[in-house]
Design a protein around this ligand. Structure first.
Ligand code: AMO
Length: 435
């Protein structure tokens, strides 16, 4: 039989084609045979639609996840998704599964554990709810770009194979770079600063960052997407926190407007970002934790439990879902963090916590080359290893600062995912290198 000519449409647009003959292409989400009829729920990238098959067309078994093209007129059917269905006059089976499905996709919720879902990742992402996660993330990243471009930031790309670490600690992945040792970049930190010094003043990057984290937590990935921002001519970390507040507000509004259906599948709503997010110096946060929750926190950074409790404290005070923790001690920040001349031992840095979890680190940077060399030495780093970075500072570097947001953590917090790995297409962790 000759292939009938008709317009190919998406399931989402089916109602607009009432009465016309159209073709849908997608996967068999479900197929139920009732007497001489078969009701096929077809899934494509835009959603689900009902297709009705009759007679000979209905006789053929259509296993779930077969790939099909169906053609026929669009008719009203109040019981079908979108209030319309396609009455199939031609069916083409483009592919059929050749092995048993790892789990069912046609239910509202996937009935499989995280490890099984991740093991069969590309298959699992076909499920509307699981697939929605990456759609939400794509909108967040799009809005991140949109806002910053609008504010005069240039999108840049920096190398992911690097000669040195930047964030301290032992979390570096070594790689063999021809005949030399090298590492996967922990963050674009030094390069984004160099590009500020290159005269672009305002830059941002959306790129992978690598951390050889030995821990099995629900918030750490060995490879994550870092949303990095760096800008010149800022002289106070306050300006950076204000920029991040406005940026997040734009991102959250955009995702609510553009990915409403995806959010609904998770019953999620991005939290309201207040005009001014509360700031609490880390020392004060430790005192609050002790006073209110009898929790002892060692000097330096808050631990996971501390982050959770301080967010609870802020939320209970009616101040929303976010808090900036500020004034971290030098000992808990990397060498590039700008010391606070008015508060010896402390830095002009911040973390942003959202609903109990850190989503951002940032701060003012040291821009004086002599101070930078001293800060490196203080941490046992050899300035010679950072010569190309230091050169930009020696040739005229403006005061500057920036921050980075972890895209997977942000997505996970918005959707209420139990694990940030669910917000990566193909997550990497201590035990997972495939798929
Ligand atoms: P930091 O190391 O705090 O700062 O990272 C910034 C943000 O990235 C996310 N993040 C992670 N997400 C998933 N898995 C991980 N292993 C992981 N590590 C970090 C978090 C974190 O808040 N150069 C600085 C940023 C700056 O000062 O501009 C930096 O990399 O959301």
């Amino acid at each position: 039989m000759a292939v009938q000519t008709s317009t190919r449409v998406l399931t989402r647009d089916l109602p607009q084609h009432l009465g016309a003959v159209v073709t849908l292409m997608g996967w068999v989400h479900r197929c139920r045979h009732l007497g001489k009829l078969a009701f096929l729920i077809l899934r494509d990238r835009s959603g689900l639609a009902q297709a009705v098959l009759e007679g000979e067309l209905a006789a053929r078994p259509l296993p779930e996840e077969s790939v099909v093209a169906v053609t026929g007129p669009v008719a009203l059917e109040p019981r079908a998704p979108g209030g319309v269905e396609i009455r199939v006059t031609q069916l083409r089976v483009l592919a059929e599964p050749t092995r048993p499905l790892p789990f069912e996709l046609h239910r509202k919720e996937v009935r499989a554990g995280l490890e099984v879902v991740l093991e069969h990742r590309a298959f699992g992402l076909r499920h509307p709810k699981l697939g929605a996660v990456l759609r939400v993330q794509a909108e967040l990243v799009h809005a991140f770009r949109e806002y910053l471009r609008d504010q005069g930031f240039l999108e840049v790309r920096t190398p992911k194979i690097v000669a040195t670490g930047t964030e301290g600690g032992a979390s570096l992945f070594p790689v063999q770079y021809f005949d030399r040792p090298a590492y996967l970049a922990q963050s674009p930190q030094l390069y984004k600063q160099m590009l500020v010094g290159a005269g672009y003043e305002r830059v941002f990057e959306v790129g992978p960052a690598y951390r050889a984290e030995d821990s099995h937590t629900t918030r750490h990935l060995a490879e994550f997407t870092s949303l990095d921002v760096e800008m010149a001519f800022v002289e106070s970390e306050e300006e950076l926190m204000d920029l991040e507040t406005a940026l997040l507000r734009h991102m959250f509004r955009a995702v609510a407007e553009r990915a409403g259906e995806c959010l609904a599948l998770w019953r999620a709503e991005p939290p309201e970002v207040p005009d001014r997010i509360e700031r609490i110096p880390v020392r004060e946060a430790r005192e609050i934790l002790l006073r209110r929750y009898r929790k002892l926190t060692p000097e330096g950074d808050l631990d996971t439990e501390g982050e959770r409790l301080i967010c609870r404290y802020v939320a209970e005070a009616g101040k929303g879902s976010f808090v900036f923790i500020t004034q971290y001690p030098e000992s808990s920040r990397p060498f590039y963090a700008c010391p606070d001349p008015d508060r010896p031992g402390l830095t002009r840095t911040f973390d942003l916590l959202m609903n109990g979890t850190e989503i951002t680190s940032g701060g003012l940077r040291i821009h004086d080359p002599a101070l930078l060399v001293a800060a490196m030495r203080k941490r046992g780093l050899q300035p010679e290893h950072f010569a190309p970075y230091l050169e930009v500072f020696e040739l005229g570097m403006p005061p500057h600062g920036g921050f980075a947001i972890g895209a997977e953590r942000l997505t996970a917090l918005i959707l209420g995912l139990a694990n940030a790995k669910e917000a990566a297409a193909f997550p990497r962790d201590r035990s997972r290198l495939t798929p």
